[in-house]
Design a protein around this ligand. Sequence first.
Ligand code: C2E
Ligand code: SIN
Ligand code: SIN
Ligand code: FE
Length: 446
Amino acid sequence: MSGHGKGERRAKERRATPKDRRARQAPPPIGKDRRAAADRREIDRRTAGQRLDVILDITRRLMSVTDLDALLKTMAEATASLLAADRATIFVVDRERNELWSRVALGAGEIRFPVGRGIAGTVAQTGEAINIADAYQDARFNSEPDRLSGYKTKTLLTFPMKGNEGRVIGVFQVVNKRGGGAFTSADENTLASLGASAAVAVENAQLVAEQKRLWQSLIETLAITVDARDQQTAGHSQRVTRYAVVIGKALGWEGKDLEKLQAAALLHDYGKIAVRDEFLQKPGKLDDAEFAYMKAHAEKTGEFLQHLVFPHDMREVPMIAAQHHERMDGKGYPKGLGADRIHIGARIVAAADVFDALTAPRYYKPAYPLAKTLEIMDGMAGDHLDPRVMKAVHDALPALEKTIEELKPTWPKPGDQGMGSIAEAAGGLSERDRPSVATPAAEAKP
Ligand code: C2E
Ligand code: SIN
Ligand code: SIN
Ligand code: FE
């Protein structure tokens, strides 16, 4: 599944045209601005040894950044400062689409354009640098971004970043050299030195991103598979995941913690894959023996996930997933853990799980309104659910409400197998939520 597999097209290479070669010749220094010329000499003096030190330092930093966006940003800043340029943009070649893209240029958003278009696109296509003293004198220059931003591009050095086998994997573009004058051949040499290690860093980051996508799509597939066991739970894992993330954010979680929470939520009911249909799809209340079978799903989740070799920083995921039916009073399952041994992530998944079970319809209950859901969940706080997590649920109510609306289309529908009886559920409540006078009848075995 590497990115270097089949279907890859090599950017068409052509020789530099005479025009390119003309373009690469730096014009003489602008004589009328002596101060600027002095600045430039000062910058150029910082050549050879010093520049090499800076390049090595940048290289070391680049190698430690595996997030592609962060890497490109670091690289652009380092390049601008190294070449005393006002701006620098790193474009990455998307070989599948034969396009260049960048996220760092011009602030927000992503820009994309075909390989071959504009100056950056030409460099990506030819693999040859283009160094021009006045962008507006060059027909290939795309002045649209300038027009939109009000920025005025003058000097422009655009340099290919080459990976294995000389393939162009990206393009450096530095704009407006400080102190006036065009970029020099020393600048080109600097970019050539930086380019080699930058390419390795970019290829590493792309590989890491690919592995991450594989990993993410694998666990999503597992979640979809278990949800597909049954119409009732269709979309349940995805919804619990969305709610868990909203609650996690309300607790101030971010980054790796949210990723762990998301993975555990996606996989929390994976063990239901081993629960027989007669229990999973029962229209009414489960009797004790049936519920005992059903309870095995949490333990199975832990067992099955033991087989997945999780990345080091994700190794708590099976444990968090397997604890989603533990309770604060120690009366939960499968282990009956005390509150202090239940991972905070599992407490969040537990709340998100109950939140979806109550707001969405089940064979044995209709969808409850938000107010009823909160009333029931507040009653569970302390004994069952973590009060701190319940506070976060209340703090996050606007976001949760919005998320419910977004997810309603994924709910099981009355027409789905087994869902026909929803509307007739007495009082619009499940048996366990009906007033206790109804309980004796409700407890009768079907
Ligand atoms: P689930 O439907 O995803 O429900 C997850 C959790 O939400 C339940 O864990 C419970 O804590 C809460 N919950 C679900 N439905 C209700 C309800 O009607 N009222 C209240 N107050 N809370 C509710 P629990 O009890 O450990 O159940 C685990 C799983 O066992 C459920 O997952 C569901 O698949 C099944 N199950 C539980 N009770 C019944 C039932 O009466 N009939 C059927 N057919 N299945 C049930
Ligand atoms: C662009 O931002 O479209 C690239 C400018 C150019 O290389 O012409
Ligand atoms: C935490 O407080 O973030 C972890 C300890 C716990 O409540 O389980
Ligand atoms: Fe569960």
